[in-house]
Design a protein around this ligand. Structure first.
Ligand SMILES: [Zn+2]
Ligand SMILES: [Zn+2]
Length: 269
């Protein structure tokens, strides 16, 4: 199984006006992957075996394989072959999320949980390239090539949290992803008004209430958001409550549509 994008094949398939964008996207993705390999320094992030691209072929095959996923909740889901790539599961058809599409690189589980924890809490910013690779590959494989007009934002941290940690892990992901895809990104377009604490102990309604008014689009970036297709980047998608609240804020500020791009999707328990 390979998760390296075959950009040329994709560009050939996509005859028509999108072919040029697809080719440009494919070459940007290839160049980025090659650059990441050079920087990876010879060790696999998972098994620590020697390899030249940060994640050895063996670990990539075991842990970074592509699931077919629902375009709404990003949970593994096998659509009928006749259905569009972006097919939805029954639950997302009945109750569509606020975003137009969710894309996840991998399931949240070994080894990604460990890599994400060290990236998020132990300053291991060097893990970011390996973490992003499955997501970048999924975005690349998708027939819905991210067009040049998509603008990238990250789920923001509250100010106190940012001060404690020193960086917003979602922005570290978002800005590298934007660079890889040659898209515009802004760190402070979306602002977190208050820390909402942990959501996991709360029931669905309490979660939504807790998040109401948690985000705002900063006035300085209102025009940048208005009418734009936005990609909202986060590390993990679990209940989706945070991403829904941020998506609704962006839509209320006039965004045309919002996609959610995450490194990992927590599987259903
Ligand atoms: Zn390995
Ligand atoms: Zn779904």
């Amino acid at each position: 199984m390979t998760w390296q994008p075959d950009g040329d094949a994709m560009a050939r398939r996509d005859a028509g006006p999108s072919a040029r964008i697809a080719r440009r996207f494919a070459s940007a993705a290839r160049a980025t992957l090659a650059g990441w390999r050079r920087r990876a320094g010879g060790r696999c992030a998972v098994c620590r075996g020697w390899c030249d691209d940060g994640l050895c072929a063996c670990c990539a095959a075991r842990f970074a394989f592509a699931h077919a996923r629902c375009g709404g909740c990003a949970l593994p889901f096998s659509p009928h072959p006749d259905e569009a790539f972006d097919a939805r599961c029954g639950r997302c058809r009945r109750a569509p999320p606020a975003w137009s599409r969710a894309v996840a690189g991998v399931d949240y589980g070994y080894p990604w949980d460990r890599l994400l924890t060290s990236f998020k809490f132990h300053q291991r910013l060097d893990q970011v390239d390996v973490l992003l690779r499955p997501l970048l590959a999924r975005l690349h494989e998708s027939r819905e090539t991210p067009a040049t007009h998509v603008r990238v934002v990250a789920v923001p941290l509250a100010r106190e949290r940012l001060r404690e940690r020193g960086y917003n892990q979602s922005w570290e992901l978002a800005r590298r992803l934007a660079r890889a895809l040659e898209l515009e990104a802004r760190a402070d377009a979306l602002f977190r008004v208050r820390d909402t604490g942990h959501q996991l102990g709360l029931q669905r309604a309490a979660r939504a209430a807790n998040l109401r008014g948690a985000f705002v689009v900063t006035p300085r970036h209102a025009a940048w958001v208005r009418g734009a297709s936005i990609a909202l980047v986060d590390d993990v998608l679990t209940t989706g409550a945070t991403a829904q609240a941020a998506t609704r804020t962006l839509l209320a500020a006039g965004a045309r549509d919002v996609q959610v791009w995450v490194v990992a999707r927590t599987p259903e328990s």
